[in-house]
Ligand binder design. Structure first.
Ligand code: NAP
Length: 277
């Protein structure tokens, strides 16, 4: 990926050389979504074999897996693949872990990026019906837990192999602390994710590290479709005066996996200082 000019609007995206995560296997739920795709791309650039997890987007996930860069060391073989990862189905997640085990024999990095929400003003309590609340909590809270439960054994094997701990990254949100986000339950779900990160970091140490990466508003296709004046207002309210590039969120994942090797149970914010204003 090219290095871009360091002006106020475009972040510097650093070049990875493919050695950072060489030999590692990374699983990304919600892997073909706006942030998930950027995370898959950067993991592949760092040398990992990437499993793009999907729920409804099988074709986009397969296309993405086929287009991810293949760095040296794979002798021309395609290391990446797409697999079904419906996080609300605990049995299906166990099946996915078995498929990863059969195909790769290991899993070193698990990124819980699947998530769902729907906009509902915080004072519209009737707008948040029980069905929507259950869907958000099942996907955003039960989902990452089910995913960690399914991959615990594989992650423990990698993390006990003497090459440092394996890693779980839960993609939460600054909504967890600001209580500003698409709706009340979405914010609560992300606070639950951060809390779960801490519990699991304690419970799964020393073999497995667990962190949250908590983005502010990121400039994904979904957000690009929003009203420009609303996006401008969000950028204006952010001390760094712009939204996050998806690659910047992805680079927090790369940092946690490749460099922050003594970090566990932490919430890594990628928010341009938004909670300060
Ligand atoms: N974009 C932002 O500004 C922002 C800010 C803070 C936090 N986040 C968080 O970042 C994560 C990714 O968000 P995004 O912006 O990339 O959203 P997105 O483009 O809408 O992607 C959401 C992803 O979640 C997957 N998903 C939804 N329900 C699922 C289920 N039941 N099982 C498995 N996968 C499921 C979708 O998979 P399919 O398409 O295959 O159904 C999709 O890949 C979410 O957890 C979100 O809360 C985003």
């Amino acid at each position: 990926m090219a290095t871009t000019a360091p002006d106020n609007q475009s972040p510097v995206i650093r070049r990875l050389d493919g050695t950072e995560l060489a030999g590692k296997v990374a699983v990304v739920t919600g892997g073909s979504g706006g942030l998930g795709a950027a995370i898959c791309q950067r993991l592949a650039e760092a040398g990992a074999a990437v499993v793009v997890g999907y729920n409804s987007s099988q074709q986009p996930a397969e296309l993405l897996a086929s287009q991810l860069p293949v760095v040296a060391g794979y002798n021309g073989e395609q290391p990446h693949c797409a697999l079904a990862a419906p996080v609300t189905d605990g049995a299906a997640m166990k099946q996915m872990a078995e498929q990863v085990s059969e195909r790769y024999g290991r899993c070193d990095i698990l990124i819980n990026c699947a998530g769902t929400t729907r906009y509902c003003p915080h004072d519209d309590l009737e707008g948040l019906d029980d069905e929507l609340i259950d869907r958000i909590l099942a996907t955003n809270v039960r989902g990452p837990f089910a995913s960690v439960r399914a991959f615990k054994s594989l992650l423990q094997q990698s993390g006990s192999a003497g090459q440092g701990s394996s890693l779980v990254v839960n993609i939460s949100s600054i909504a967890a602390v600001t209580a500003m986000g698409s709706n009340v339950i979405y914010c609560a779900s992300k606070a639950a994710v951060d809390n779960m990160t801490r519990s699991l970091a304690r419970a799964l140490a020393p073999a497995i590290r667990v962190v949250s990466v908590a983005p502010g508003l990121a400039d994904t296709e979904f957000v690009k479709q929003m009203d420009q004046s609303w996006r401008d207002e969000q950028a204006e309210r952010t001390p760094l005066k712009r939204l996050a590039a998806p690659e910047e969120v992805a680079d927090a994942v790369i940092a946690a996996a490749a460099y922050l090797t003594f970090t566990t149970g932490n919430i890594i914010a990628v928010d341009g200082g938004r909670p300060l204003s």
